[in-house]
Design a protein around this ligand. Structure first.
Ligand code: ASP
Length: 594
């Protein structure tokens, strides 16, 4: 029979009980993890948020509690009153924090029953993620998921404490707003009161935080939900959380410095891990040439080497011609893999191909010699210089891509990661933070035939590059910075434009007419005319941060209620249809689907 808590008050969490509690009368509450019947005794593992403890029902202690316990099943909700005792010699469980004690039940109340759950509430669950998301409340009941929920809470708490100590104010900005361009599609909300008009959900609070700087706030932060309607490639979510920050009267170094200190504080307080400051810095160019990525995984070396100068006059026409046409020949060393099979080489060639590389050349270093289908095209002096440049050792495999610079960089960058994975070079628990700086301000979009901002349109060029905007805009470098961790972009930001004339010039370069600029961003341009201080900031992806801190592979594990890869919620069924009445109020009509 289901009862209430009555006049019972819980005294302890299940996971808190230790030897020193022996002899204490306690009241516990939680879920039945498991029940075992054993020679006239019933053993129950009782689980709550704090952990698990063994409860023993003995008819000699309480006939009534024993009888009630006979009806218990997994995930039933109960409260138990009893005495803590030391487990008999030889029955302690070293795998359980409470393994030295047990609770002798005097009384039991059944608070609720439960259907047989679709999966067992335990870590190391081998079950389809769709099932976990459909029954997220059961999934979140698992200790590992509870650990992650708590980790996220501890992390945001540490962030707030640190920033409060540094004079930042947490300020909320609107969710119903106008479009802020961060390069993705907006989620739109139709306005009932203004037929035919729409709010956009913020892709970031970028414009509001800049306006807050004009408002004299000086130091702002917000732990804020952002919305981007992208196709969910990779590990993205349509709504995600950022730690968003902005500061006035700062240089790039100030923002980077405080971000490093923040991360060091959070890792120290939450994980007890000490970070080495300052983080190393790489220019965008260095990152691309040495690692083939603007977010290189720096837990391991295996740098990409350029051998264009060594092969441009060689007898190997493919290499010589690519260099002659302005391309590059670059390579990577695969330590100890000179015996890779045909199939393994094919796999790597295929991977390079997905990044546009037309082929992959290889050389196996065997003692003093080199085995390779192309070895005959090179003079022995050339081979020797290649070995030296590649820092090759006997037993190594060398892989080369000859192509346009961008293609060679990204193909070798992908190969480098794949080799790092195959050789287990990423598994040492290291935290490799770094800054990437000196990004170009603009890139040219061939398809649309116009410039695009690499970070966003509000990013300032370096002061000395301002004149370049008129002459050679692609040469201008941005005062932008990305912080990376183990090959993941953790966040990015920039020093902003704070002058109306410069911002207008930037909009012009991006192909916005003066009218469009005024229509979309007039309020910002106007604000800049009323004493806008120099300012800059950054946003960190909170989901990614917690994922990395928690040692997980996907941000879905650290978002309590995530969407699937196809942007649906399997628990609530969102998105779903609305009534004709709702549509009418919103002045919307649906086109019949074909
Ligand atoms: N608003 C930028 C973003 O969401 C971050 C920043 O520039 O502060 O990526």
């Amino acid at each position: 029979m289901i009862e209430g808590m009555g006049d019972w008050s819980r005294t302890h969490g299940c996971g808190e009980l230790r030897k020193e509690h022996a002899g204490l009368e306690v009241v516990l509450a939680g879920w039945v993890h498991r029940r075992r019947d054993h020679g006239g005794l019933i053993f129950m593992d009782l689980r709550d948020r704090s952990g698990m403890v063994q409860v023993v029902f003995n008819p000699e202690v309480s006939e009534q509690a024993f009888t009630k316990a006979e009806a218990l099943r997994g995930e039933y909700v109960v409260t138990v009153a009893g005495e803590v005792g030391i487990r008999p010699e030889g029955t302690a469980n070293p795998n359980l924090a409470t393994g030295e004690v047990e609770v002798y039940a005097r009384d039991l109340r059944l608070l609720n029953v439960a259907k047989v759950p679709p999966f067992y509430i335990a870590n190391n669950l081998e079950v389809d993620e769709a099932l976990r998301l459909r029954y997220r409340y059961l999934d979140l009941r698992r200790p590992e998921m509870q650990r992650l929920l708590e980790l996220r809470h501890r992390t945001t708490k540490a962030i707030r404490d640190f920033l409060d100590g540094r004079g930042f104010w947490e300020i909320e900005t609107p969710m119903l707003t106008k479009s802020t361009p961060e390069g993705a599609r907006d989620f739109l909300v139709p306005s009932r009161l203004h037929p035919g008009e729409f709010f956009a959900l913020p892709q970031s609070p970028q414009l509001f935080k800049q306006v807050l700087m004009v408002a004299g706030v000086e130091r702002y932060f917000q732990i804020v939900r952002c919305f981007r309607d992208e196709d969910l490639r990779a590990d993205r979510q349509p709504e995600f959380t950022q730690l968003d920050m902005e500061m006035s009267f700062v240089r790039r170094e100030d923002v980077m410095g405080i971000t490093e200190e923040l991360l060091a504080y959070v890792f120290g307080r939450v994980l007890g891990v000490k970070l080495d400051l300052p983080f190393p810095r790489l220019t965008y160019r260095e990152a691309m040439t040495r690692y083939g990525s603007d977010k290189p995984d720096l837990r391991f070396g295996l740098e990409i080497k350029d051998i264009s100068d060594l092969v441009k006059n060689s007898g190997f026409r493919v290499f010589a011609e690519v260099v002659g046409r302005g391309g590059v020949v670059r390579g990577i060393r695969v330590p100890g893999c000179s015996t890779y099979s045909r199939r393994e080489l094919d796999e790597l060639t295929q991977l390079a191909g997905t990044f546009g590389a037309k082929g992959l050349a290889w050389m196996a270093v065997e003692g003093e010699g080199i085995r390779s289908p192309i070895v005959k095209f090179f003079a022995s002096g050339e081979l020797q210089s290649i070995r030296e440049r590649m820092e090759a050792r006997p037993g190594d495999l060398l892989l080369f891509v000859a192509d346009q610079e961008d293609t060679a960089a990204s193909a070798l960058g992908a190969l480098r990661l794949e080799i790092g994975r195959r050789l287990g070079l990423m598994d040492d628990g290291r935290l490799a933070f770094a800054w990437i700086v000196d990004f170009p301000l603009l890139e040219y979009d061939q398809e649309e035939g116009r410039y695009k901002a690499v970070h966003h349109p509000f990013t300032s060029p370096r002061e000395e590059d301002l004149p370049l905007l008129d002459r050679e805009p692609l040469k201008a470098k941005a005062l932008a910075y990305d912080v990376i961790l183990n090959g993941v972009e953790l966040g990015g930001g920039s020093i902003r434009i704070h002058r109306r004339d410069v911002q207008e010039k930037m909009f012009g370069l991006l192909g916005l007419s003066a009218e469009e600029a005024r229509e979309k961003f007039g309020f910002l341009l106007e604000a800049f005319e009323y004493g806008a201080p120099p300012h800059g900031g950054i946003a960190l992806g909170l989901d990614r941060l917690v994922m990395l801190m928690g040692g997980r592979e996907t941000i879905r594990d650290v978002i309590p209620f995530p969407k699937t890869q196809s942007a649906t919620c399997l628990m609530t069924g969102a998105p779903g249809p609305v009534t004709a009445e709702q549509l009418k109020e919103l002045h919307l009509a649906l086109r019949p689907s074909k």
